[in-house]
Design a protein around this ligand. Structure first.
Ligand code: HEC
Length: 96
């Protein structure tokens, strides 16, 4: 019963995330308008990372397998991104 509710909530969360287009507006306060800053003096500069590194980082924040001392700050923002959002984001901001 409890397990079923958790799955329902997770599914609903996923649907609402899919429905809303991803927007970097919520990120720029910490990372800079063009992701050119080190967020809170702790993160890497995202535009210095390759698309692959960005993908690994965001997926890792979701499942807890990546991150430094402030990784808990990135859990919610990363979880709000779908796989497609992450790919598009990494392609756009990754170092060419
Ligand atoms: C509350 C401030 C804050 C917000 C909002 C935020 N970030 Fe971050 N971000 C950080 C910090 C701090 C780190 C470094 C965390 C760590 O691993 O210790 C980080 C790390 C990252 C990294 C990996 C950089 C590295 O050091 O490896 C990426 C990519 C990233 N953020 C993207 C985003 C995106 C995309 C959003 C918006 C959806 C976002 N962030 C929103 C503070 C923030």
């Amino acid at each position: 019963m409890i397990k079923q509710s958790i799955i329902t909530i997770a599914t609903l969360g996923l649907l609402s995330v899919t429905a809303s287009a991803f927007d970097t507006a919520s990120c720029v306060g910490c990372h800079g308008a063009d992701f050119e800053k080190s967020a809170m003096g702790k993160s890497k500069v995202v535009t210095d990372m390759t698309a692959e590194e960005i993908t690994t980082a965001l997926n890792g924040y979701k499942d807890g397998s990546y991150g430094g001392p402030m990784k808990m700050l990135m859990k919610a923002p990363a979880t709000a991104m779908s796989d497609d959002d992450i790919k598009a984001f990494a392609d756009k901001y990754g170092k060419k």
